[in-house]
Each structure stands twice: as C-alpha cells, then as structure tokens.
Design a protein around this ligand. Sequence first.
Ligand code: ATR
Length: 290
Amino acid sequence: MKLAQYVNGKTQIYGLLGHPIEHTLSPVIHNSIARLVGHDLIYVPFHVYPEHLQQAIQGAYGLHIQGMNVTVPHKQAVIPFLKGIDPMAQKIGAVNTLKRTTDGYVGYNTDAAGLRRSMIQKGIPLKGQTVLILGAGGAARAAAMMAADQKPKQIWISNRTIEKAELLAVDVQKFYSIPVQAVSFNNIYDLLHIDICIQTTPIGMSPNEIKTPISDLSFFKKLDAAVDLIYNPSETIFLKNAKQANCITLNGFGMLFYQAVQAYEIWNELTIPEEEQKKLIEIIQKEYID
Ligand code: ATR
C-alpha cells in the first residue's frame, strides 16, 4: 500500500492517552479496523504525563482530534475535563473512550461493553447467574457494573483489601437492586454456589505466570465458567485449572478487542459487521498475539 493511502491531507487523527504507553496493542487494533472498513484515519499513541492531562485534552480539541481512548492512569482523572459522560461510564466512575462533539469531548466506558460482548460471544450469559468477581480495582468496577446490568441472581466481590470490595458492593447497589456482597479471599471457598468467576487482578500476568489467585482446585468444580481479564499469557494457571475442571474459559483478549470495536463504532456511528469482526480477530491474533 502507498504511504498516501495511510496518511494524507484528509486523514482523521485518533489516538490513545496513557502513561506509560509503549506496550499498547490499541494502535494495531484500530488501524487494522480502519484498513478493513476502508476509513481514512490513523490511530496513534500519545504519551501524556498526569500533570499535562488537561492541556492534552484542550490541545487535542484544538487539533480537531475526533476521538481518543484513555488508559492508565487517566481513566478517572480525565472526567473533570469532559463536556459530558455516558450513564454506564458514570456508574463505573471511569472512562476509556472520548468522542468529539461540537463543544467538547464526551466520555464512554467501552471496557464494560467489551467484556459483555466477549462473554456473549463465548456463550457465557450472566442473566440469573451467581457471579464472583476477584479484585475491586478499576477493571473490577467495570466488570461488576456490567454484570449487575445483565440481571444476575447475585454478585460476590472478593479482594485482598476487603474494604475496597465492600465499597464497590455498596456502589453497585446504588444503581441495581440485586444482592451484592463482599467476601474475603479466604472465605470464597465456603461459598456454596457460584456459576461464573471473573478474575480481574494482575495475579498470573506475565512475567509472573506461575502465580494464581485460586490455590484450592476444588473451587473450580462448582463453576460453569471462568473468565480471566489477563491476555498475556493467553492461558493463565487460573484458566488452565478451570479448564481441567471442565469450565468454559475465556481470557482477556476478547475484552480488549471488543472495547476497541465498541469505541470505533461510537466514534464513527456505525456497526462493524460480525463477519468483519471475525476477520479482524484472526488478523490481530495471528500477527501480534501468537
Ligand atoms: P485495574 O485497573 O487493572 O483493575 P487496579 O485498579 O490497580 O488495576 O486494581 C488491581 C486489583 O488487583 C485490586 O483489586 C488489587 O487488590 P488491592 O485492592 O488489595 O490492592 C488486586 N491485586 C493486585 N495485586 C494483587 C496481589 N498480588 N494479590 C491480590 N490482589 C492483588
């Protein structure tokens, strides 16, 4: 392909704000989507230090940047600089996607929708299910609000720092009238019934692949499905153990992929057809993950 087909005078600019930013896969995903659907846009990483976040948002607006993703550590800090926020992002308290409007950027959270789409794709429904979430940080907040939104029977939240799990349980119940309770890491083995466990902590992530948050393997016998938000390695010990106990297993690649698809759809006000999504997953997995 000629360089002018990648970037020319009409090319729209999109990007990712983060600190650090070097290891992101988002430019690969978004530029692959743009090539596949034939859009003249380019997606680039922007290394933004926390003390420059407001300037970065104002500068991006002045430069007519159409949309941005936002990652660690800016997902909450960026909210005061936005013109508006989508209801789900408001509940989660964090945004990862900004869309340009006539008088500023509006914030969305596509992490939650990305996880939901990835679980649907894998055949893991949440309606009527009992869900255990491991962790109570930013990713757990998105998982908990998303799960609550799907009418589950009950949600348990377990975290090393139990107070954070208790706070998240209270927050979820401000918006959803379902039972949500905190449980300490040591007590999760006493829970009698869990259908789905969503693992949101970094335990087991490369380079600490030999670690796992669940030491007692009998835990997996009561589960139908285990979801780990980690995608490197593609199969954590947590997922390996779950698979051995015949659970449906899902890693974090789908969430990463679908949060990008959802952001792209919001920016461009379109739906990427299923067939194209499947092609994209193959392209990205083949070239950059395997
Ligand atoms: P993210 O945005 O990826 O969720 P985060 O907000 O920093 O990142 O949250 C990380 C989560 O993983 C937290 O729930 C954290 O537990 P604490 O609240 O007790 O810090 C959990 N976590 C991180 N490292 C952990 C470890 N070694 N053992 C247990 N939990 C851990």
